[in-house]
Ligand binder design. Sequence first.
Ligand SMILES: N[C@@H](CCC(=O)N[C@@H](CS)C(=O)NCC(=O)O)C(=O)O
Length: 245
Amino acid sequence: VPGRGEHIRLALEEAGAEYTDTAQVQNGVQTVLTHTSDQSTGDAANPPTLAPPILKHGDLVISQTSNILLYLAPLLRLAPAVDDDDDDPNAIYHINALVLTALDGLSNEPHDCHHPIATGLFYDDQKPEASRRAADYISTRLPRFLGYFQRVLTANNAAADAANWLYKGSFTYADLVLFQCLDGVKHAFPKAMASLQTENKYKAVFDLYENVRERPRIKAYLASERRQKYGMGIYRYYPELDIPS
Ligand SMILES: N[C@@H](CCC(=O)N[C@@H](CS)C(=O)NCC(=O)O)C(=O)O
């Protein structure tokens, strides 16, 4: 399902990189489980990983979504490396902060709406709490994060007619992450998101969503079989957690 690993896929797809989505190949799930097994001790170069997504590049094995993106983005030309740009040597740290913020508010918090008490319990075992959590998320947290990204987009991008990207008007992987987060939240809370979109307070955010979706490689990827369908991952559609009609 398009969960945390989707951010990595989108970066690789946007860059036109060759990659193997290991869980999708024969016996691939077993390979992933070997990495995350509580028997795993890693290897001489790599500590064991707790959970997917996991990137293997040559001998390097790393985990944590934002950490993988931080590693890949300069290689894929989706962000400058530290010191790449003399005028802005620390750009990557600003971009990473945008990514971490999007993942906090638009990935982790939506997950906690259907699992507010315990990740190990079923949704059915925490429905009243999920209902309270989702109501607060939709009324308070979601507007806060959309408002933040609206502010980022409108404060730092002077060229109003250009496609507004999050960091200084240049397209980076942070734009891909925000796109995927918005797509997931739209799936989980379609009515709430439609209502927020009509408020027009977050126009730049919803415009960014459309602009990413129209990028040629992203568009082709989204239409391909490589793009999986939402299911029982981070972004779940429970109509009772969305706003009423
Ligand atoms: N902060 C980590 C979270 C990783 C995570 O929770 N992965 C999920 C799958 S998307 C998992 O399998 N977790 C197992 C666990 O937490 O025990 C990241 O962003 O990579």
